[in-house]
Design a protein around this ligand. Sequence first.
Ligand SMILES: [Zn+2]
Length: 313
Amino acid sequence: MRQALLLALLSLTLWADAHIFVYHRFGDDRHASTNTSLTILKDQFEFFKHNGYKVIPLKTLNRALKNKEEIPDNWVVLCIDDSYKSFYSNALPLFKEYGYPFALFVYIEATDRGYGDFMSWPQIREASKYGEIGLHSYAHKHMVSMSADEIKEDTIKAKHSFVKELGYAPKYYAYPYGEFDEKVKQSISSFGFDLVLNQNVGAVSDKSPHNDLDRIALTGDVPLKPKLRIKYLDALWHSPQSYPANGKLNKIHVTMPRSISRAELYISGGEWEYITVKEGEFKREQLTPLTKRRTRVIIKSGNAYTSKIIVKE
Ligand SMILES: [Zn+2]
């Protein structure tokens, strides 16, 4: 009874839309910025287990989105990008112990060529007994700098190896480095993947577009609870669409639900600032010099997030 009450209280404070998390390396402290220690991973699994979260396979989320069903707030999807050996050696046993499914996004060239830090095809086949496998490109390049033809060539090569080694066509695609623009998005979308996943902070609701799903990075010692409170913000980005040629962001134009009148804005390199939204529309024409190769423009209203990544070619 007490536990049920506690769970009900927790659900009021914590549950907010479904979440897709993305990991990279596990128990490998040579690379702190992309690593998750096994202690932290176990803590996160314990938290999911004891707080009513349901770790579901990506295919379950795919089906719900396709059928336009309501997406339960307590769903969690766990992704692993790059198919590092440290997933296979260090984390897979823990996923098996908890019976938690995962989606592993393979950097195909690294596996094809047997790069030392990456899983082999037999290891990926073994892992596929417990989770799903998706594409993470062939050559893991900065795709914004590639032509549409180069992106298609890379994807065809990746699909070819995937089918040859696993015997079925990949259904999911995650952009290398989470970097994309309209050209990359269209090129990848033309392959008809069931789901395409980015690495923008945000949650998943029944309104989430199947070819632009937000994923929250879970590396290092990041607190999990604030991430689980993040909600989906149903927004349409008119501008920016790509990295400005002169390196200066001159316009931000986003439409969102009319109920929102106040929000906060963040541009990489700057600080959060309050903004006024008029009848669901935020428009600002102001020159902001961009200081980073990769800029995130984030708008949040309460815990609801929407964001755009723009990357210099
Ligand atoms: Zn990657």
